[in-house]
Design a protein around this ligand. Structure first.
Ligand code: TXA
Ligand code: MG
Length: 342
């Protein structure tokens, strides 16, 4: 019986995927589970459908979106890359071979005749081949009916915390999109939990635009050359804006000792404060909302956005977070927390 139930669930999931592919082909939006965060997807080659993403998110039209590609085999993502990109530097190909499918986005020179709306008018385009099985199933089904790629930013309102469950996506767009207007595929909680690493490959040498769980050392090892850090004057990109991923409560990052000192000072009066810390703190207050941070960066990334949502509840005005370790493994988590606090 369990095997039969499993087969039935699989058939149902496949049906939802086929239905979502048809909806995308018809210009609708779909909530897309990926290994990083959920995306709000549209056919990347339909300007009007892509426009709906910007409207639903409240995102400025000049902020480029990432286009997701099918990648059951390397030949398949190579076809997708050839459709959208005008040139493919050798180091970019090496990065794709090393990390696709996976949580890595590459910015490449764009073929002028495709994806202008998805690219927010830039002459480049962000491409990513996600590893999540549901994302891949959808991308395969899309490709079978002539949809080459899915433009999908994180499925949150502009500037807010990214969603890592189907329920988060529903919550984000309750006011903007009805259930009929937004089909959400439920792929479970996202295993990586923070957005993909982004490397700009359109300027002759690799530049890290957004840190993620694929770290700079791994990138450099794969291509055998250094990866530069983004210079602050680079064109604006929403995930790289200083203030982003922000809950409603104010987030502050501080070392554990500083947090403890502040709690000691407030004593039993500490109220409206939520705490996310790695090292234990003590307080005389019975009103604190306290969550412990995992000791491993991967585990922390996986739960980070869900924890920020959970701590950002009515009555909480401040979220105090212990500054993550300086170790490079924490680069992605530290980046998101710094932006949430900015
Ligand atoms: O993990 C992810 O990347 C998720 C999932 C859904 O795939 N997507 C995501 O999308 O984080 P979004 O739109 O929230 O962030 C995309 C980032 C933005 O900072 C955007 O500006 C940058 O990618 N980007 C996309 N295309 C670009 C381009 N042509 N040039 C520079 N930056 C680009
Ligand atoms: Mg985003």
């Amino acid at each position: 019986a369990p095997a039969q139930a499993g087969a039935a669930a699989l058939a149902q999931a496949q049906q939802a995927v086929e239905q979502a592919a048809l909806a995308l082909k018809a210009g609708a939006l779909v909530g897309l589970p990926t290994e990083t965060v959920y995306g709000l997807a549209a056919d990347a080659d339909q300007a009007q459908a892509v426009g709906r993403i910007f409207d639903a998110k409240g995102r400025p039209k000049d902020h480029p979106l990432i286009v997701h590609l099918a990648g059951a085999t390397a030949a398949q993502w190579q076809a997708g890359v050839a459709h959208y990109a005008r040139a493919l530097p050798d180091f970019a190909l090496k990065l794709m071979q090393a990390f696709w499918p996976g949580p890595l986005t590459l910015i490449l020179p764009r073929r002028p005749e495709v994806g202008a709306a998805s690219a927010g008018g830039q002459d480049s385009i962000g491409l990513r081949c996600p590893a999540h099985p549901v994302a891949q199933a959808l991308l395969q089904a899309c490709q079978a009916i002539g949809v080459q790629g899915l433009a999908a930013p994180s499925a949150n309102r502009f500037g807010r915390v990214s969603p890592t469950t189907a329920e988060h996506v529903r919550d984000e767009f309750d006011a903007q999109l009805s259930d009929a207007e937004l089909l959400i595929l439920d792929g479970g909680p996202c295993p990586v939990g923070i957005e993909s690493t982004i490397v700009d490959c359109s300027r002759g040498r690799p530049v890290l635009l957004r840190p993620g769980m694929i770290g700079i050392e791994a990138l450099e090892a794969a291509i055998g050359q250094p990866v530069a850090l983004r210079d602050q004057a680079a064109p604006k990109a929403s995930g790289t804006l200083e203030s982003h991923y922000a809950p409603t409560a104010r987030v502050r990052l501080m070392p554990q000792a500083e947090m403890q000192a502040a709690l000691d000072l407030l004593g039993a009066d500490a109220r409206h404060i939520a705490i996310y810390t790695r090292q234990p703190v003590s307080s005389a207050s019975r009103h604190l909302l306290l969550r412990y941070m995992p000791t491993q960066a991967e585990a922390c990334a996986q739960e980070l956005f869900a924890v920020l949502r959970e701590l950002d509840q009515p009555g909480v005005k401040l979220i105090w977070v212990e500054t993550p370790p300086a170790d490079p493994a924490w680069d992605g988590v530290r980046d998101r927390l710094q932006r949430a606090a900015a």
